[in-house]
Design a protein around this ligand. Structure first.
Ligand SMILES: Cc1cc2nc3c(=O)[nH]c(=O)nc-3n(C[C@H](O)[C@H](O)[C@H](O)COP(=O)(O)O)c2cc1C
Length: 338
């Protein structure tokens, strides 16, 4: 059982934060469909502070679990203030981003770059923990900056000493971005070091987990308490819940039949256009529909010709109604879906 401060998660399969992908409607869908926790995507500490993010934050709780907001930044004072603002506006868990590899972020000493600056990283964690009070603070990081500086264990020990309540580790260094295979065994070093130091906080293994089999292997190799699913959940908000059910029957959801998947995506599409407005919502939903279609094709759920027509609608239609009609027709098993 994974416990983050006062919050007990219903299972050990978490949805990873992905900027531009796991927005509030998607996280709500993932939680409704059985994910253990959905961490909100990164917000720059600065943005939270200047109020740009506030309105979104307040209306964003995905529901079904504690509202975990992720902050990225490099200034301990600013990060602490941003955490206070987030908590005052509904956040229940503050997650610190030490994993983002993007140049735009690391160039400002944020994200994964903080792993190269352990003293600064410590000041940030301590400052955020201090303002969070009873609210848990969690950390998401990589194995280190590059192969020469794999210091995830040191950073994890520092963060646990400073009082963080959970650590998620993406089994790659920053220099690897998303190349190569995630090293789940290396996440095991972090787990062992924390346990040897007497820290019982949950550790979550992340990277390249795409189904129940990879989840089991990642857990076995790392000894972690749970898994975090990122890219594989694109277009499949039900995936964390399905994996949870396979790992621990009764804790997630049974595999959704194809028709129900189409229905869920129609529902997600409606939630996204409500949340973002029609134009932006239709555009943002495309990456989910594209991913779903690829999975349906691979599974033989839609014939090739129909998939081509669906692709045209999913990726080009500007009207939400047209996309939704196609999804609902699929859900109802009508051949005129596209
Ligand atoms: C498009 C995209 C956006 C991401 N945004 C964030 C983010 O905002 N915060 C974060 O900590 N990680 C972010 N990540 C990293 C993921 O949370 C995760 O660590 C990574 O994708 C590895 O897991 P996976 O192999 O299951 O995708 C992002 C990844 C992708 C592909």
């Amino acid at each position: 059982m994974i416990r983050i401060g006062p919050y007990e998660l219903r299972n050990a399969v978490l949805l990873a934060p992905m900027a531009g992908v796991t927005d509030a409607p998607f996280r709500a869908a993932a939680m409704r469909l059985g994910a253990g926790l959905a961490v909100a995507e990164m917000a720059a500490g600065k943005e939270v502070l200047n109020g740009r993010h506030l309105a979104r934050l307040a209306g964003e709780n995905a529901g079904g679990g504690p509202f975990a907001v992720q902050l990225a930044g490099s200034d301990p004072v600013l990060m602490a203030r941003a955490a206070r603002v987030a908590l005052a506006n509904g956040a229940q868990v503050v997650d610190i981003n030490m994993g983002c590899p993007a140049k735009l972020v690391t160039g400002k000493l944020s994200g994964a770059a903080l792993m190269r600056e352990p003293a600064l990283a410590r000041r940030i964690v301590e400052a955020v923990v201090a303002v969070a009070g009873q609210a848990p603070v969690t950390l998401k990081m990589r194995l280190g900056w590059d192969d020469a500086q794999r210091n995830a264990t040191d950073i994890a020990l520092m963060a646990a000493d400073a009082g963080v309540s959970m650590i998620a580790v993406h089994g790659r260094t920053r220099q690897r971005f998303y190349h190569g295979r995630a090293d789940w065994a290396a996440v095991g070093d972090v787990v062992r070091a924390l346990r040897a130091a007497g820290h019982a906080i949950p550790v979550i293994v992340n990277g390249d987990i795409v189904d129940a089999a990879t989840a089991r292997t990642a857990l076995a190799r790392s000894g972690a308490d749970g898994v975090m699913i990122g890219r594989a959940a694109t277009g499949r908000p039900w995936l964390p819940g399905e994996i949870a059910e396979a790992l621990a029957p009764g804790s997630g959801i049974a595999p959704l039949p194809f028709a129900r998947q189409a229905w869920e995506l129609a529902r997600l599409h409606a939630a996204m256009t409500d949340f973002h407005g029609e134009r932006a919502g239709v555009r943002r939903a495309r990456k989910h529909l594209k991913a779903a279609l690829a999975h349906w094709r691979a599974a033989g759920a839609v014939p090739v010709e129909q998939a081509e027509r669906l692709r045209e609608i999913f990726l080009r239609a500007e009207e939400a109604g047209r996309v939704r009609a196609a999804l609902l027709a699929l859900a109802e098993g009508r051949r005129d879906a596209a």
